[in-house]
Design a protein around this ligand. Sequence first.
Ligand code: PEP
Ligand code: MN
Length: 354
Amino acid sequence: MELDLQPLELQTPSFHPIVIAGPCSAETEEQVLQTALALAEQGYRLFRAGIWKPRTKPGGFEGNGEMALPWMKNVKNETGMLVSTEVATPQHVELALKHELDFLWIGARTTTNPFAMQALADVLRGVDIPVLIKNPMNPDIELWIGALQRINQAGVKKIGVIHRGFSSYDKKIYRNQPMWQIPIELRRRIPNLPIICDPSHIGGRRDFIAPLSQQAMDLGFDGLIIESHIAPDKAWSDSQQQITPEQLGNVIEQLIIRDKTVSTEDLRQLRSEIDEIDDILMDLLTKRFRICREIGTFKKEHNMTVLQATRYNELLESRGAQAEKCGMSPEFAASVFEHIHEESIRQQLAVINK
Ligand code: PEP
Ligand code: MN
C-alpha cells in the first residue's frame, strides 16, 4: 500500500514517543489554561482539547464550539505548546484553521463515514498541517485505510493514525476493544505511517492507562494521546478516564521504551529455527489431511455423514487438555483445531463429491 507521506514533525526532543495530552473537552477558559500550564511544566509540547464533542445521546455537554477556539490560541501564547482538536465537519476545519490550530484529529465516528471523510478531504486540500485519523468505530481496516487515502489524495502528507479501540455490544473489560491485530496489520501494510495509541478511550478507566500505554510501546507504536485534566473528577466528559498532569508524568516516566534500533539481524538464528519448525508443521498438516481424505473415501463407501459430532467434541476436549499440560491456553488449542477440522471437512467433502 502506497501513501505519499511526510514526517509528522510532532516529535519533541525531551520525549521519545510523541505524547499528546490535554482534557477530553475544553470546558472553560481557566480549565484549559490551567491544564495546559501544568502540562507544559511537565515538559509536554502537544496539547489536545475537544471543542466539538460527539456525544452518543443528545442533552449532554456537546462542547463549547467556536467560542473555545481563542482559548487554544491563548494556550499557544502562554505555553508555546502546539494545539489540536477534533474536526468532524468542513466548518470545524475552517474554524480551526482560522484560529491557527497546529494539528487536527478526526474522530472514530467520522472515520466510519466515507461521505464525511470525503467532505473533510475536500476542505483540507492544500492544507499543510498534520492530520491524525482515528480508527473507525467498527474493526474494518479497509475503511480505515480508505479514510487515509481520501485525506492523502487531497494532498495532505503529514498523516498519522490514532488507535482508540473498537466499539462492541459486549463491553467486557475495556470501553473499546483494543484488537491490537488491526493496528499491527496497518503497520505491516503501511510501515512508514506513524501510529499513536489512545489508551484513555480504549480503557475508559484511569488504571488502564499505564498498562495500555506500555503495550503500545512494546508493539513499537510511535506515540500516545492521553486525556489529562487539571481536576479529573470534575470533568464535564470522560471523567473516569482522565488523569492529572502529575499522574500523567508518572505514567510516562515509568514507561519502558523499547529500542527500535536493535537490528533484527540478531534474531536471525532464532527466526531460522522458527522457519524450520513451520516447515515441519506444514509437512505434518499435509500428512494429516491426506489421512483425512482417506477417511473421506471410507465414509463415502460406507455412506456415512462427514461430520461426526462426538468424535469432534472428543478431539477438541483432549487437545485442550493436552495444550494446558504444555503451557498453552485450552482456548488457543481449541481454535487451532477448529480451523484444522474445518479444512479437514472441506477436503473430505471434495473427495466425497468427486
Ligand atoms: C476524543 O478524543 O475525545 C474522542 C471523542 O475520541 P473518539 O473519537 O476516539 O471517541
Ligand atoms: Mn474523551
